[in-house]
Design a protein around this ligand. Structure first.
Ligand code: SIN
Length: 306
Protein backbone atom coordinates (compact mmCIF):
# COMPACT_ATOMS: atom_id res chain seq x y z
CA UNK A 1 0.00 0.00 0.00
CA UNK A 2 1.26 3.43 -0.95
CA UNK A 3 0.88 6.16 1.67
CA UNK A 4 3.11 8.72 -0.08
CA UNK A 5 1.78 12.15 -0.97
CA UNK A 6 3.34 14.97 -2.90
CA UNK A 7 3.07 18.37 -1.18
CA UNK A 8 4.40 21.57 -2.74
CA UNK A 9 7.23 19.70 -4.46
CA UNK A 10 8.13 17.53 -1.45
CA UNK A 11 7.35 13.83 -1.32
CA UNK A 12 6.10 12.83 2.13
CA UNK A 13 6.17 9.16 3.20
CA UNK A 14 2.66 9.71 4.52
CA UNK A 15 0.39 12.75 4.97
CA UNK A 16 0.87 13.03 8.76
CA UNK A 17 2.32 16.28 10.13
CA UNK A 18 2.09 17.16 13.84
CA UNK A 19 0.61 20.66 13.98
CA UNK A 20 2.55 23.67 15.15
CA UNK A 21 2.52 24.26 18.88
CA UNK A 22 1.64 20.69 19.78
CA UNK A 23 4.96 18.98 19.05
CA UNK A 24 7.71 21.43 20.01
CA UNK A 25 10.67 20.77 17.72
CA UNK A 26 10.14 17.03 17.61
CA UNK A 27 12.87 16.02 20.08
CA UNK A 28 10.38 16.44 22.93
CA UNK A 29 8.50 13.44 21.48
CA UNK A 30 11.41 11.32 20.34
CA UNK A 31 11.47 9.29 23.59
CA UNK A 32 8.00 8.02 22.67
CA UNK A 33 8.80 6.84 19.12
CA UNK A 34 11.10 7.32 16.15
CA UNK A 35 9.63 10.52 14.75
CA UNK A 36 11.14 9.83 11.33
CA UNK A 37 8.01 7.83 10.59
CA UNK A 38 6.16 11.18 10.25
CA UNK A 39 5.52 12.81 6.89
CA UNK A 40 6.96 16.02 8.34
CA UNK A 41 6.48 18.13 11.48
CA UNK A 42 5.49 21.76 11.97
CA UNK A 43 7.59 23.61 14.55
CA UNK A 44 6.20 25.93 17.26
CA UNK A 45 5.08 29.26 15.79
CA UNK A 46 8.07 31.57 15.62
CA UNK A 47 8.31 35.36 15.67
CA UNK A 48 11.26 37.66 15.09
CA UNK A 49 11.84 38.36 18.79
CA UNK A 50 11.29 36.20 21.85
CA UNK A 51 7.85 36.35 23.46
CA UNK A 52 6.69 35.33 26.91
CA UNK A 53 3.14 34.74 25.71
CA UNK A 54 -0.07 35.45 27.58
CA UNK A 55 -0.36 35.88 31.36
CA UNK A 56 -2.43 33.61 33.60
CA UNK A 57 -4.18 30.37 32.72
CA UNK A 58 -3.54 29.41 29.09
CA UNK A 59 -5.36 26.11 28.56
CA UNK A 60 -8.79 24.76 29.47
CA UNK A 61 -10.60 21.53 28.72
CA UNK A 62 -13.86 21.58 26.77
CA UNK A 63 -16.27 18.87 25.63
CA UNK A 64 -14.34 16.90 23.01
CA UNK A 65 -11.56 19.44 22.84
CA UNK A 66 -9.58 22.18 24.51
CA UNK A 67 -8.99 25.92 24.48
CA UNK A 68 -5.47 27.34 24.28
CA UNK A 69 -4.40 30.89 24.70
CA UNK A 70 -0.63 30.61 24.64
CA UNK A 71 -0.02 33.91 22.87
CA UNK A 72 2.81 32.83 20.60
CA UNK A 73 5.35 32.11 23.32
CA UNK A 74 8.68 31.37 21.64
CA UNK A 75 12.36 32.31 21.84
CA UNK A 76 12.53 34.15 18.53
CA UNK A 77 13.84 32.98 15.18
CA UNK A 78 17.59 33.34 15.85
CA UNK A 79 17.42 31.24 19.02
CA UNK A 80 15.28 28.62 17.25
CA UNK A 81 17.79 28.28 14.41
CA UNK A 82 20.83 28.30 16.68
CA UNK A 83 19.63 26.22 19.62
CA UNK A 84 16.54 24.24 18.64
CA UNK A 85 17.46 23.15 15.13
CA UNK A 86 20.62 21.24 16.14
CA UNK A 87 18.52 19.25 18.65
CA UNK A 88 15.76 18.70 16.09
CA UNK A 89 18.27 17.58 13.46
CA UNK A 90 19.61 14.87 15.79
CA UNK A 91 16.25 13.08 15.85
CA UNK A 92 14.45 14.20 12.67
CA UNK A 93 16.09 13.73 9.29
CA UNK A 94 13.33 15.02 7.03
CA UNK A 95 12.45 18.58 5.96
CA UNK A 96 10.27 20.26 8.60
CA UNK A 97 7.60 22.94 8.28
CA UNK A 98 8.48 26.35 9.76
CA UNK A 99 5.39 28.00 11.28
CA UNK A 100 5.91 31.76 11.20
CA UNK A 101 3.96 34.48 13.00
CA UNK A 102 4.32 38.23 12.86
CA UNK A 103 2.96 41.60 13.88
CA UNK A 104 3.77 43.33 10.61
CA UNK A 105 4.38 42.35 6.99
CA UNK A 106 8.06 43.17 7.51
CA UNK A 107 8.27 40.77 10.45
CA UNK A 108 6.76 37.88 8.46
CA UNK A 109 9.27 38.55 5.68
CA UNK A 110 12.25 38.81 8.05
CA UNK A 111 11.45 35.50 9.79
CA UNK A 112 10.64 33.74 6.51
CA UNK A 113 13.97 34.85 5.00
CA UNK A 114 15.87 33.39 7.94
CA UNK A 115 14.07 30.02 7.77
CA UNK A 116 14.37 30.00 3.98
CA UNK A 117 18.12 29.72 4.42
CA UNK A 118 17.85 26.63 6.70
CA UNK A 119 18.37 23.11 5.33
CA UNK A 120 16.12 21.78 8.11
CA UNK A 121 13.09 23.49 6.58
CA UNK A 122 11.12 22.32 3.54
CA UNK A 123 7.98 24.48 3.74
CA UNK A 124 7.25 27.92 5.19
CA UNK A 125 3.85 27.95 6.91
CA UNK A 126 2.74 31.56 7.38
CA UNK A 127 0.37 31.81 10.32
CA UNK A 128 -2.08 34.65 9.67
CA UNK A 129 -4.57 33.06 12.04
CA UNK A 130 -3.47 33.13 15.70
CA UNK A 131 -6.57 34.20 17.70
CA UNK A 132 -4.60 34.78 20.92
CA UNK A 133 -2.77 38.03 20.28
CA UNK A 134 -4.28 41.49 20.16
CA UNK A 135 -2.48 42.80 17.11
CA UNK A 136 -0.91 41.16 14.06
CA UNK A 137 -1.53 37.43 13.53
CA UNK A 138 -5.19 36.92 12.77
CA UNK A 139 -5.58 40.54 11.67
CA UNK A 140 -3.77 39.54 8.47
CA UNK A 141 -5.93 36.46 8.00
CA UNK A 142 -9.41 37.94 8.26
CA UNK A 143 -9.18 40.21 5.25
CA UNK A 144 -8.42 38.91 1.73
CA UNK A 145 -6.31 41.87 0.71
CA UNK A 146 -4.21 41.83 3.92
CA UNK A 147 -3.66 38.08 3.52
CA UNK A 148 -2.63 38.65 -0.10
CA UNK A 149 -0.21 41.41 0.93
CA UNK A 150 1.57 39.08 3.38
CA UNK A 151 1.62 36.25 0.83
CA UNK A 152 3.06 38.40 -1.92
CA UNK A 153 5.72 39.99 0.31
CA UNK A 154 6.89 36.61 1.66
CA UNK A 155 6.83 34.96 -1.76
CA UNK A 156 9.04 37.72 -3.19
CA UNK A 157 11.60 37.20 -0.43
CA UNK A 158 11.99 33.39 -0.36
CA UNK A 159 12.63 30.33 -2.52
CA UNK A 160 10.91 27.64 -0.43
CA UNK A 161 7.20 26.87 -0.86
CA UNK A 162 4.87 29.16 1.08
CA UNK A 163 1.73 27.75 2.71
CA UNK A 164 -0.70 30.23 4.28
CA UNK A 165 -2.32 29.01 7.53
CA UNK A 166 -5.85 30.42 7.73
CA UNK A 167 -8.36 31.14 10.46
CA UNK A 168 -11.87 29.69 10.65
CA UNK A 169 -12.99 32.86 12.47
CA UNK A 170 -14.13 34.50 9.22
CA UNK A 171 -17.28 34.63 7.10
CA UNK A 172 -15.76 33.27 3.89
CA UNK A 173 -12.50 31.35 4.25
CA UNK A 174 -12.51 30.42 0.55
CA UNK A 175 -12.29 34.10 -0.46
CA UNK A 176 -9.21 34.50 1.74
CA UNK A 177 -7.65 31.30 0.41
CA UNK A 178 -8.28 32.45 -3.17
CA UNK A 179 -6.67 35.82 -2.46
CA UNK A 180 -3.59 33.98 -1.12
CA UNK A 181 -3.52 31.70 -4.17
CA UNK A 182 -3.75 34.69 -6.52
CA UNK A 183 -0.90 36.33 -4.59
CA UNK A 184 1.34 33.32 -5.26
CA UNK A 185 0.81 30.97 -2.28
CA UNK A 186 1.92 27.39 -2.93
CA UNK A 187 -0.60 25.89 -0.50
CA UNK A 188 -3.19 26.60 2.17
CA UNK A 189 -3.30 25.15 5.68
CA UNK A 190 -6.66 25.17 7.44
CA UNK A 191 -8.04 25.46 10.00
CA UNK A 192 -6.39 27.17 12.95
CA UNK A 193 -8.48 27.25 16.14
CA UNK A 194 -11.98 28.65 16.67
CA UNK A 195 -12.38 31.47 19.17
CA UNK A 196 -13.94 30.33 22.48
CA UNK A 197 -14.45 31.35 26.11
CA UNK A 198 -14.97 29.51 29.41
CA UNK A 199 -16.03 31.01 32.73
CA UNK A 200 -14.61 30.11 36.13
CA UNK A 201 -17.90 30.08 38.02
CA UNK A 202 -16.27 30.28 41.49
CA UNK A 203 -14.46 33.47 40.59
CA UNK A 204 -17.24 34.63 38.24
CA UNK A 205 -14.49 35.56 35.81
CA UNK A 206 -13.21 34.24 32.48
CA UNK A 207 -11.12 31.12 33.03
CA UNK A 208 -8.35 32.09 30.63
CA UNK A 209 -6.04 34.98 31.42
CA UNK A 210 -6.59 36.28 27.89
CA UNK A 211 -10.41 35.83 28.21
CA UNK A 212 -10.62 34.12 24.79
CA UNK A 213 -8.72 31.12 23.50
CA UNK A 214 -8.67 28.87 20.44
CA UNK A 215 -10.79 25.73 20.38
CA UNK A 216 -9.25 22.56 18.92
CA UNK A 217 -9.76 18.82 19.25
CA UNK A 218 -12.38 16.38 17.89
CA UNK A 219 -15.19 18.93 18.40
CA UNK A 220 -13.89 21.01 15.48
CA UNK A 221 -13.37 18.17 12.98
CA UNK A 222 -16.60 18.69 10.96
CA UNK A 223 -15.98 22.46 10.91
CA UNK A 224 -12.52 21.85 9.46
CA UNK A 225 -13.99 19.49 6.87
CA UNK A 226 -16.59 22.06 5.77
CA UNK A 227 -13.88 24.67 5.29
CA UNK A 228 -11.53 22.29 3.47
CA UNK A 229 -14.46 21.34 1.26
CA UNK A 230 -15.12 24.94 0.29
CA UNK A 231 -11.45 25.87 -0.23
CA UNK A 232 -10.87 22.75 -2.39
CA UNK A 233 -13.77 23.85 -4.59
CA UNK A 234 -12.36 27.36 -4.95
CA UNK A 235 -8.58 26.86 -5.19
CA UNK A 236 -6.20 24.66 -7.16
CA UNK A 237 -3.22 24.71 -4.77
CA UNK A 238 -2.79 21.88 -2.23
CA UNK A 239 -4.46 22.00 1.17
CA UNK A 240 -2.94 20.89 4.45
CA UNK A 241 -6.00 19.93 6.49
CA UNK A 242 -5.96 20.56 10.23
CA UNK A 243 -8.58 20.36 12.96
CA UNK A 244 -9.66 17.60 15.29
CA UNK A 245 -7.96 14.66 13.60
CA UNK A 246 -7.47 11.76 16.02
CA UNK A 247 -7.73 8.58 13.95
CA UNK A 248 -6.60 7.12 10.62
CA UNK A 249 -10.22 7.25 9.46
CA UNK A 250 -10.24 11.00 10.15
CA UNK A 251 -7.15 11.34 7.92
CA UNK A 252 -8.86 9.55 5.08
CA UNK A 253 -12.09 11.50 5.51
CA UNK A 254 -10.17 14.79 5.50
CA UNK A 255 -8.27 13.78 2.37
CA UNK A 256 -11.51 12.84 0.62
CA UNK A 257 -12.78 16.34 1.47
CA UNK A 258 -9.72 17.81 -0.29
CA UNK A 259 -6.63 17.69 1.92
CA UNK A 260 -3.29 16.56 0.46
CA UNK A 261 -1.65 16.33 3.88
CA UNK A 262 -3.10 16.33 7.39
CA UNK A 263 -1.88 18.05 10.54
CA UNK A 264 -2.61 16.50 13.93
CA UNK A 265 -2.68 18.93 16.86
CA UNK A 266 -4.60 18.46 20.11
CA UNK A 267 -4.44 14.66 19.83
CA UNK A 268 -0.66 14.82 20.52
CA UNK A 269 -1.42 16.42 23.88
CA UNK A 270 -3.81 13.63 24.85
CA UNK A 271 -1.68 10.78 23.55
CA UNK A 272 1.99 11.52 22.79
CA UNK A 273 2.01 8.58 20.37
CA UNK A 274 -1.12 9.77 18.51
CA UNK A 275 0.65 10.30 15.17
CA UNK A 276 2.44 6.95 15.44
CA UNK A 277 -0.86 5.19 16.21
CA UNK A 278 -2.51 6.87 13.22
CA UNK A 279 0.36 6.02 10.84
CA UNK A 280 0.33 2.39 11.98
CA UNK A 281 -3.45 2.19 11.54
CA UNK A 282 -3.48 3.74 8.06
CA UNK A 283 -2.91 0.53 6.03
CA UNK A 284 -5.81 -1.33 7.65
CA UNK A 285 -8.17 1.63 7.19
CA UNK A 286 -6.97 1.98 3.57
CA UNK A 287 -7.79 -1.70 3.08
CA UNK A 288 -11.25 -1.21 4.60
CA UNK A 289 -12.06 1.52 2.07
CA UNK A 290 -10.28 -0.27 -0.84
CA UNK A 291 -7.56 2.37 -1.20
CA UNK A 292 -4.25 1.25 -2.74
CA UNK A 293 -2.71 4.69 -3.14
CA UNK A 294 -3.55 7.37 -0.60
CA UNK A 295 -2.88 10.15 -3.11
CA UNK A 296 -5.78 8.83 -5.25
CA UNK A 297 -8.36 9.92 -2.67
CA UNK A 298 -7.44 13.60 -2.40
CA UNK A 299 -10.71 15.41 -3.09
CA UNK A 300 -12.42 12.12 -4.00
CA UNK A 301 -15.70 13.23 -2.42
CA UNK A 302 -15.92 16.10 -4.94
CA UNK A 303 -15.57 13.99 -8.04
CA UNK A 304 -19.18 14.24 -9.19
CA UNK A 305 -19.29 17.97 -8.47
CA UNK A 306 -15.91 19.14 -9.82
C1 SIN B 1 -0.69 30.48 20.38
O1 SIN B 1 0.54 30.48 20.55
O2 SIN B 1 -1.43 31.28 20.97
C2 SIN B 1 -1.32 29.51 19.43
C3 SIN B 1 -0.88 29.73 18.04
C4 SIN B 1 -2.00 29.84 17.07
O3 SIN B 1 -3.16 29.57 17.39
O4 SIN B 1 -1.74 30.22 15.93
Amino acid sequence: MDTKVSLCGLTLDNPLIPASGTFGYGYEYSDFYDINILGSLSIKGTTLNDRYGNEGIRVAETASGMLNSVGLQNHGVDYVIEKEFPRMREVFKKPAVANISGFSVEEYVAVAEKFDACDEIGILEINVSCPNVHSGGIAFGTDPSAAATVTEAVKKAVKKPVVMKLSPNVTDIAAIAKACENAGADGICLINTLKGVRIDMNRRRPLLGNVTGGLSGPAVFPVALAMIWSVYKTCSIPIIGCGGVTTASDVIEMMMAGATAVEVGAANLVNPAACKDIIEALPSVMKKYKIDRLSDIIGAAHREDK
